[in-house]
Ligand binder design. Structure first.
Ligand code: ADP
Length: 150
């Protein structure tokens, strides 16, 4: 079973995340889209709301499972029997951030990272931009999957 974990905060999930998951579906037998819970991090949407967004977005994808976890992402991968971590790359900043983490995960935990370059039409989308628009009362609906109603 070729299993990957796609970890993130998904605060909220965006069309950019969906693009990465949908393009990765042919590569894996199962993809676990997993919310990493960090008590120190202040999120805009609660864990329950974010899980619900993920559930409704991927309800028609039998290969996609939804989960949340605390602690190290690599430990969660081991627990789930996932040998791969899936990540999306928008630009060089994402790459520089991801590179050392991916190398450490491979060396220390034996979990290899698989990166997909973001589709150009989504490269401007980030959860933090959505939160910014939300805080200022703007319309962010075009940046989110239609199944998400927040
Ligand atoms: P994190 O808190 O780890 O940054 P995010 O929820 O922001 O989590 O993102 C999870 C993953 O999705 C990361 O690999 C990130 O690079 C990727 N990602 C975020 N936005 C996009 C996008 N617009 N296109 C492609 N990948 C994206």
């Amino acid at each position: 079973m070729r299993r990957a974990v796609f970890p993130g905060s998904f605060d909220p999930i965006t069309l950019g995340h969906v693009d990465i998951v949908e393009r990765a579906i042919p590569l894996f037998d199962e993809i676990i889209v997993a919310i990493g819970v960090n008590a120190a991090k202040k999120n805009m949407w609660s864990l329950e709301e974010r899980l619900q967004m993920l559930e409704s977005t991927f309800q028609d994808q039998p290969k996609v499972k939804i989960a949340s976890y605390e602690g190290l992402t690599a430990d969660f991968c081991k627990k789930e029997g996932a040998e791969f971590l899936l990540r999306g790359l928008r630009n060089a900043t994402d790459f520089n951030y991801e590179q050392t983490i991916a190398q450490a995960n491979a060396k220390v935990n034996g979990v290899d990272s698989v990166f997909l370059i973001c589709s150009p039409e989504f490269s401007h989308i980030s959860s933090s931009i959505v939160r910014d628009i939300a805080r200022n009362g703007g319309d962010f609906s075009g940046l989110l999957p239609e199944t998400v109603n927040i």
